[in-house]
Design a binder for this molecule. Structure first.
Ligand SMILES: Nc1nc2c(c(=O)[nH]1)N[C@H]1C(S)=C(S)[C@@H](COP(=O)(O)O)O[C@H]1N2
Ligand SMILES: [Mo]
Length: 431
């Protein structure tokens, strides 16, 4: 495949311009009516994605992306994820596969902005803390383990663009539906402890995070993403510099061997393949900090409205949200009683209640809501509902946070499709 400099992989190519995608992959420009041949690079790309050779690739019809790509099982160590894009790699988890209290590594979504580092060696990995600190330091993972308290916490991580697929008019970017969220158990040291030992200078106001992944353009030194957070948020004790995920090494696509986990805020704050934390005297201006990246209009705007760049503000805490993880949508049952369960989370707040409706929002059913296992872990909820008669139902879930803010029916539109916390609905047929 050709060098993509923008965030476009096979899926985007086929969605936006199927002819162009075919031309690039199969070289059909000269014989548009004939079946093409996967060119070397195209064949290699597709083969790599499906995980093996494609013996009958000459027969692949025009405008055709192998179903294996769109389906699953294409990322080693991941199971059942829906691949949304291959370059950069982005994959989400269907809601019913997020049913566990703690998300297994195999079901933790993947959101890459660039190309992950290869041949990662945990033993020689170094993290530098510099900028506005009294004692700049460079630490190995062993240094981190030796010099700081090691803690394990379940932490909710959600991509700012989760739910983007449901914006109308559509928003460009990865078409996440529900599954760019997870709550794995992360083990590491507290970012705040490390910053305290480094000695935060008075004029430091923001962090800047750097990872070892490379830009899609291949340009030396060009970072795919480098975001930061205000010092006050950085000092929250639940931010971790993590070296383990669910008791084992972090999955290569989730940032091995070292990453930040900044729960409650957009996933983009949680730098993967972490090599440097730089303290700055201004709001960090790295890639994906400016323009419309992870930023929303400073006011409610009409769907499709043009908004001036100066009117965008940086997203901070994520809004209250919930998922129904059982049953899966399109559930068919002959039993009028049904166990329903899922999770709920609310950025830097707690969730106070999760209520369900089976009558399109006319009335609401209280659920049993557990406390989080620790601050910033999602909360599990469950109940048994009884359907009055056979027929088609939708179960709607609505979480309400500790300040009384509930999930909306429809989210306020924004140009890049961030923060969609509208209610999750699943279809159930009782027959
Ligand atoms: N170095 C680096 N860190 C990164 C990213 C990235 O592309 N490169 N993506 C960010 C985004 S946008 C999200 S939502 C989370 C996703 O984490 P995950 O892939 O482990 O689920 O990682 C963040 N950290
Ligand atoms: Mo993200």
């Amino acid at each position: 495949m050709r060098e993509n400099t923008s965030e476009r992989g096979l899926f985007d190519l086929y969605r936006e311009d199927p002819d162009e995608a075919d031309r690039l992959l199969f070289g059909r420009e000269t014989y548009p009516d004939r079946r093409g041949f996967l060119r070397n690079a195209g064949l290699a790309a597709m083969g790599a994605l499906v995980g093996t050779a494609i013996p009958f690739h000459r027969n692949i019809p025009a405008h055709f992306v192998p179903v294996a790509l769109a389906a699953q099982h294409t990322i080693q160590g991941k199971d059942g994820l829906t691949v949304l894009n291959d370059r950069p790699l982005c994959a989400e988890t269907p809601p019913h596969l997020l049913d566990d209290d703690i998300t297994p590594t195999s079901r933790h979504f993947v959101r890459n902005n660039g190309l992950p580092p290869e041949d990662v060696d945990a033993a020689s990995w170094r993290l530098t803390i510099d900028g506005l600190v009294e004692n700049p330091m460079t630490l190995s993972i062993d240094d981190l383990k030796r010099q700081f308290d090691v803690v394990t916490e379940a932490l909710t991580l959600e991509c700012g663009g989760n739910g983007r697929a449901f914006f109308d008019p559509p928003a460009k970017g990865n078409q996440w539906t529900y599954g760019a969220v997870a709550c794995s158990e992360w083990t590491g040291v507290r970012l705040a402890d490390v910053l305290k030992v480094a000695g935060v200078k008075n004029d430091a106001v923001y962090t800047a995070h750097v990872g070892a992944d490379t830009h899609l353009s291949g340009k030396d030194g060009k970072l795919p993403i480098s975001r930061g957070i205000p010092i006050e948020k950085a000092m929250n004790e639940h931010n971790l510099i993590a070296f383990a995920q669910n008791g084992r090494a972090i999955h290569p696509m989730n940032g091995a061997p070292l990453r930040l986990v900044v729960p409650g805020w957009p996933g983009s704050c949680s730098q993967k393949w972490l090599t440097r934390i730089w303290l700055r005297d201004r709001v960090h201006d790295g890639p994906k900090m400016g323009g419309t990246s992870y930023r929303i209009p400073n006011r409610t705007v009409a769907p499709g409205a043009k908004v001036a760049k100066k009117d965008f503000i940086i997203i901070q805490a994520m809004p209250v949200k919930s998922l129904i993880t059982s049953p899966a949508t399109d559930h068919k049952t002959s039993d009028k009683a049904l166990r329903v369960r899922g999770h709920a989370w609310a950025g830097d707040r707690k969730v106070d209640a999760v209520r369900l409706s089976i009558d399109f929002g006319a009335t609401w059913i209280e659920t049993t809501l557990d406390d989080p296992v620790n601050d910033h872990a999602w909360q599990n909820w469950h109940t048994t509902i009884t359907f009055p008669r056979t027929g088609y139902y939708e179960i709607w879930a609505r979480a309400i946070d500790s300040r009384g803010v509930g999930q909306p029916h429809a989210v306020s539109w924004n140009p890049k499709g961030y923060l969609n916390n509208s209610m999750h609905r699943v279809a159930v047929t009782v027959g």
